[in-house]
Design a protein around this ligand. Structure first.
Ligand SMILES: *Cc1c(COP(=O)(O)O)cnc(C)c1O
Length: 360
């Protein structure tokens, strides 16, 4: 039986990538050792991190105005790190569209004033507040958004455009490289790797070099300054070599299948299959505003908590794993990142049909 893993992160990786990593695992390029056993300063690792960076630049069309960095501590460290480097006692605008946005704002508040420009918390983050209603401050150091809300299952279908003089920063952890966007609209983007880019252990940060130069070096510890990573090719200290190697393989794979535009088409097809089914079901329901539905994390419910639990359990017995909703919101969630093949989504919908018939 084929197993399809719908986990939200760490999430499934493309089978071809897992097999390549397996083939190279103990003997990388016939050197007799695995990549994770090799010095990050050695001649075999440098080309790996260089390729990871070059792939990211190519896939996201990133110019030399930006630095591409690999940093440990996940997206969660970036919540604090970006504020330590870019806020410095000023005001920052945050859009509160989910638990991750709220965590980002909470960290930033330690380093300046956070202005919540809008929030959908009162309705359990079931939508993205309309940009026409955002109450932005004057002279914000930056505007922070979360492009895809992994827990609530919402996503900006159209990313905001920046306003003059205010860099836009996005947490793209759960939809990076899933759709085309213009990096030049952003001062910085960041993403924990474990949804769309590889295993956990590294965060990808893309930051405009002039912004990274704003850091007050007398106040920010060396390891928490973007400039340290820029000046040292992300290797001031030992980087997470295996996670970076996997990110290189994933981005090789994505380039091989046609890049971000090609995967976006597939992602749109996958999401449409699931949402079309949900829209026509009288049993399963999506709690999310139609206009803001995520193409990465599809959140849904049966008529009761008991049936939600039974669904998750029986789905697992049928090879469809990790469909339980986030512990904060309950229900069910199918995470269908880049690595999820369309067959997995079709298999899920077939099972949902059967479950609906048997339990209605
Ligand atoms: C998973 C996730 C995070 C947290 O990532 P870590 O790497 O575990 O810190 C932050 N933001 C979003 C949108 C996420 O999906």
């Amino acid at each position: 039986m084929a197993i399809y893993n719908f986990a939200a992160g760490p999430a499934m990786l493309p089978k071809a990538v897992m097999e390549r990593a397996q083939a190279e695992f103990t003997n990388y390029q016939n050197c007799g050792s695995g990549i994770m056993e090799l010095s990050h300063r050695g001649k075999l690792f440098q080309p790996v991190i260089d390729r990871a960076e070059a792939n990211v630049r190519e896939l996201l069309n990133i110019s030399d105005d930006y630095a591409v960095l690999f940093i440990q501590g996940g997206a969660s460290l970036q919540f604090a790190m970006l504020a330590m480097n870019l806020l410095n006692g000023g005001v920052a605008d945050y859009v509160d569209t989910g638990v991750w946005s709220a965590k980002a704002a909470k960290e930033a508040a330690m380093f300046g004033t956070v202005n919540l420009v809008a929030s959908s918390k009162a309705t359990k983050y079931d939508h993205i507040p309309a940009q026409s209603e955002w109450k932005r401050s004057e002279n914000a150091a930056y505007l922070h958004i979360t492009s895809n809300n992994t827990v609530a299952g919402t996503q900006y279908q159209v990313l905001p455009k920046p306003t003059a003089g205010v860099p836009m920063i996005a947490d793209m952890s759960s939809d990076i490289m899933s759709r085309v966007f213009d990096i030049n609209d952003f001062g910085m983007i960041y993403a924990g790797a474990q949804k769309n880019l590889g295993p956990s252990g590294v965060a990808l940060v893309v930051i405009r070099k002039d912004l990274a130069a704003r850091t007050d070096e007398s106040k920010v510890p060396t390891m928490l300054r973007y400039s340290t990573y820029i000046d040292n090719g992300s290797m001031f200290n030992t980087p997470p070599t295996f996670a970076i190697y996997m990110l290189a393989l994933i981005t090789d794979w994505l380039k091989g299948i046609g890049g971000v535009a090609a995967i976006e088409k597939i992602n749109n097809e996958k999401a449409a299959i699931l949402y079309d089914f949900l829209d026509n079901s009288t049993f399963f329901k999506s709690p999310v505003a139609k206009a803001d539905r995520s193409r990465m994390n599809v959140v849904f419910r049966t008529p009761s908590d008991e049936l939600d639990a039974a669904f998750v359990k029986e789905a697992k017995e049928n090879g469809l794993t990790d469909l339980k909703g986030h512990r904060l919101v309950g229900g069910c969630r199918a995470s269908i990142y880049n690595a999820m093949p369309i067959e997995g989504v079709k298999a899920l919908v077939e099972f949902m049909k059967k479950f609906e018939l048997a339990n209605k």
